[in-house]
Design a protein around this ligand. Structure first.
Ligand SMILES: [Zn+2]
Length: 306
């Protein structure tokens, strides 16, 4: 149930975009405090769990949007090998940390598999994995050899306790109601099952420096990576530690990691940035420093259903 206070929603018919005004933290329902602003929205922060979000934000209604597409398809395709290598490493970490004795007996669901590289990696290790995604084009691509991805969202579709693990890479920061996703993931997981997440994190070298630059430039240099479309939310390490019990999970593991360099470098030529040359100049240095100091820009998290 969506019981959030003060959610003002309106539908724009032609693109099926929803504009959502959210004054309260999606996870704790505490009122958000002003953090920063852009032209058309403000950035709010929850003083309890550290979650940051854009207010208002825009969301493409799943399954109804006519112009929703898999963003950056060519970029992901040209870096398929490095993506799969990374997924292989993350899968091994999950197997170790979740004490999986026989990976081949696992049943895994990935929410938002995009082009299906993680599913390929699972299949390579003999693990049964399926997915659901809202992009028709990526579902078509992921299913080009065999049917394994359903067009649609997680919501209410799967039976209770169907999976040993639910994976979601770089998904939760895009969802209008992340708490609803956590509770659905909890519902479809078996007891002892693991929710595996990856998301950009505030406690990273890049995002720390971005916040310093934002305040010293009085908002002129804005690389806060919270947007009214796309990355609506930015999570903190504190968020997961604090809310995991509220959402019915035990905290298992978390670690900073870097986005693959080729991927963020290619994306930096496409996304809308202020002072793009400055961003691109600092990117290789910050990427290398983030790796050296274990302060990569994303967080890899494992939560376990008791
Ligand atoms: Zn909160």
């Amino acid at each position: 149930m969506l019981s959030m206070k003060n959610d003002l929603r309106s539908i724009i018919d032609d693109n099926m975009e929803e504009i959502i005004r959210k004054e309260y933290c999606d996870l704790c329902e505490k009122q958000g405090v002003f953090y920063g602003k852009r032209k058309n929205f403000r950035i709010l922060i929850c003083k309890r769990c550290g979650l940051m979000w854009a207010n208002p934000f825009k969301y493409f209604v799943a399954g109804k949007s006519t112009n929703f597409d898999y963003w950056g398809e060519e970029i992901y395709l040209s870096h398929a090998d490095s993506q799969k290598k990374r997924f292989h490493k993350q899968l091994k970490t999950f197997i170790k940390k979740a004490n999986v004795w026989d990976p081949r007996s696992l049943k895994i669901l990935e929410v938002g598999p995009g082009l299906g590289f993680f599913l390929d990696t699972c299949e390579g290790l003999g693990i049964k994995a399926e997915g659901c995604d809202i992009s028709e084009r990526s579902v078509k691509y992921a299913n080009r050899e065999r049917e394994r991805v359903r067009l649609g969202t997680l919501d209410g579709y799967y039976q209770y306790e169907s999976f040993h693990a639910v994976f979601a890479f770089n998904l939760i920061e895009h969802l209008p109601y992340p708490k609803k996703f956590f509770s659905e993931a909890h519902r479809v997981l078996k007891s002892g099952g693991t929710l595996v997440l990856e998301t950009p994190v505030q406690e990273s070298l890049f995002h720390r420096l971005a916040r310093i630059a934002y305040f010293f430039s009085k908002g002129r240099l804005n690389y806060l990576s919270v947007e009214s479309v796309g990355h609506i939310y930015q999570f903190s390490k504190k968020t997961f530690k604090l809310i995991c019990h509220d959402i019915g999970f035990n905290f298992l593991y978390q670690k900073n990691m870097n986005s693959p360099f080729g991927e963020i470098w290619s994306k930096s030529s496409l996304v809308c940035f202020d002072y793009r040359p400055l961003y691109r100049l600092s990117l290789p240095i910050l990427w290398a420093l983030g790796k050296l100091t274990s302060q990569g820009n994303r967080l890899f998290i494992l939560l376990q259903k008791p």
